[in-house]
Design a protein. Structure first.
Length: 579
């Protein structure tokens, strides 16, 4: 063996051992980094002109397992989605409150009915009437607060989703940039393991935001695809965005040369999917159920209030605006209705007995009418000096100083009565801010309809209402037990049920979804932890093994150094001999 070959072997050993020591040092430095995949040095024999020339480093590679990485990424995506869902639903449940908590919707609804029940058991004073009205207002205000809270949670979810999308696009750009550097490094036979490690850490973070599929490339980089298989990062990037499509927040991919592609999938994982599912499904469903509850509560309270009257009766009844014309509104009426005027002692001074025969026709005190105009003419004649009018779509009954009373017997009996249909004596009004107790009744609690009118007598008989009559208060209190025909909205059960039962169903649904989300979060986090542990057992750094490797490479370095020293000494001896 020539001295040159000896020197070459020694130097190659030194370089290989030095590289291995650096790699081992990197591994030890990252022993606590759970996302770090340890590196190993692959060495091979070097040859020159067919003769051995020592050793060289073939490659520095990361110890990564594609199957374990895929399993870990999927587990991370699922756990992130479940965590977001559980967090949002937990906020919703806190907004709704438990039935035992004073601020909860259930407590406010119960307080509403209790206030009217107590009112029926006393001689109603201004204070007790006001207390019942305040309890009613507080229920509707609390329902509006809950709906507003849902909107706030949804807005928060959308804001976080957009923040996550921004982070996703930054990471996709970085992954594509690293792909180019890895490709260039591999072509130049440079160490690309550090670039691959940075890329792997980004992919791990990315999986918590959106569900992805990762495909390794021949040059050592990766291709990242959305869960529908569409490429989002390779050498180029297809950025993502959240856009409003058809009233829903959708996750879109933008690829050059193609129209935006919708990849929204509630079955997918990642925090963004959790946010979009809440925005598009959970919040609208719960809002629809709360709207249905408040609408049905208002309708039931108005039904009862319209069937009763204050004592003394008001001198003017002004209905709500109806969407249809008077002709169309009358076509919906059936059965019989009586409208009467009363004097200061509540005796009947004028009376209009109305019979509806269908299609907007009928008669008033035997005088036939066929449309809205002839109806008003016949009604005005019967109620003179009182009057009836339909300005701006609102039926108005004016007693010209006399009290105005209305009773109805619709057919079938479950159909809305005449007063209820036109909202002549509603308790609850609907405005831009939602439902509320009518401001004039709130200002004058004695306008609360607690008596039940009797208009069966002839003109001159009476009194038609009694001041001590509290059957209306009793009926409002008993409304808690009345079956109401609910619409099936937001995934809730429709059909006949009490207001309390429907509200309990909404609360139970929220609690059930929250408990399910919490359980799913715990299970998927356990799966993610197990997947990460198995991945770390293969890819992670074992300090004992690295210390053994460190000792081995140190000894190899020392051995190569001794060979180099011996070759140097031999070279000096040969030179001295030549002298």
């Amino acid at each position: 063996m020539s001295l040159n070959i000896l020197f070459s072997n020694a130097y190659s050993g030194l370089r290989a051992a030095q590289t291995a020591l650096q790699v081992t040092s990197d591994n030890i430095a990252n022993v606590d980094n759970t996302r770090y995949a340890r590196k190993v040095v692959d060495q091979e024999a070097a040859a020159y002109s067919g003769a051995g020339a020592g050793v060289r480093v073939a490659q520095i590679r990361r110890v990564a397992d594609q199957f374990l990485q895929t399993a870990s990424l999927q587990a991370q995506s699922g756990a992130a989605q479940a965590s977001v869902t559980a967090d949002l639903l937990d906020q919703v449940q806190a907004l709704f409150g438990l039935p035992t908590e004073s601020y909860s919707l259930s407590s406010h609804l119960q307080e509403l009915f209790t206030a009217f029940t107590e009112l029926a058991g006393t001689d109603p004073t201004r204070a007790s009437r006001s207390a019942a009205l305040i309890a009613t207002q507080e229920f509707f205000s609390r329902a509006q607060d809950f709906a507003a809270g849902l909107t706030d949670v949804a807005a928060q979810a959308e804001s976080r989703a957009r923040d996550d999308i921004s982070r996703v696009n930054v990471m996709l750009t970085s992954i594509a940039d690293l792909n180019r550097k890895i490709s260039e490094g591999a072509a130049s036979q440079l160490d690309i393991s550090g670039l691959q490690q940075r890329q792997s850490e980004m992919i791990d973070e990315l999986a918590g935001l959106i569900e992805i599929n990762v495909q390794s490339t021949s040059y050592g980089g990766v291709i990242v695809r959305a869960f529908d298989g569409r490429e989002v990062a390779g050498f180029d990037v297809s950025p993502l965005s959240i856009e409003n499509v058809g009233g829903e927040a959708r996750l879109m991919i933008h690829t050059d040369g193609f129209p935006p592609h919708d990849v929204t999938d509630t079955r997918g994982g990642g925090s963004i999917t959790g946010y979009l599912t809440f925005i598009n499904e959970t919040e609208p469903a719960l809002t629809a159920q709360i709207v249905e509850l408040t609408e049905q509560t208002a309708a039931e309270l108005n039904r009862i209030h319209n069937a009763h009257s204050p004592a003394p009766p008001p001198t003017r009844l002004e209905g709500r605006t109806v969407s249809a014309s008077l002709d169309a509104a009358l076509a919906l009426q059936s059965g019989t209705t009586t409208i009467a005027l009363t004097d200061g002692a509540a005796n009947i001074t004028a009376k209009a007995d109305i019979t509806f025969t269908g299609g907007g026709a009928g008669d008033v005190n035997g005088v036939a009418f066929t449309d809205g105009a002839s109806f008003l003419a016949a009604l005005n004649a019967a109620l003179a000096p009182g009057s009836a009018d339909f300005p701006d779509g609102r039926l108005t009954l004016d007693g010209a100083g006399a009290g105005v009373l209305v009773t109805s017997a619709p057919s079938p009996a479950s159909a809305p009565g005449f007063s209820q249909s036109f909202g002549l004596n509603d308790l609850i009004a609907q405005g831009d801010g939602g439902f509320s107790v009518r401001s004039d009744i709130m200002a004058n609690p004695f306008a609360l309809s607690l008596a039940r009118a009797d208009l069966s007598g002839a003109v001159g008989s009476g009194p038609a209402v009694l001041k001590g009559d509290v059957r209306g208060a009793d009926a409002l209190g008993q409304a808690a037990k009345n079956p109401v025909n609910f619409n099936a909205v937001g995934g809730g059960l429709g059909g006949p049920q009490t207001l309390g039962d429907y509200l309990s169903g909404v609360g139970s649904n929220i609690a059930r979804q929250t408990d399910s989300a919490m359980g799913r979060k715990a299970n998927l986090e356990a799966v993610a932890l197990e997947a990460s542990a198995r991945r770390a057992s293969l890819e992670g750094v074992n300090l004992d093994e690295e210390l053994v490797q460190l000792t081995t490479y140190q000894q190899a370095y020392n051995a190569s150094a001794r060979v180099l020293q011996a070759a140097n000494e031999l070279y000096e001896v040969l030179i001295n001999i030549g002298r």
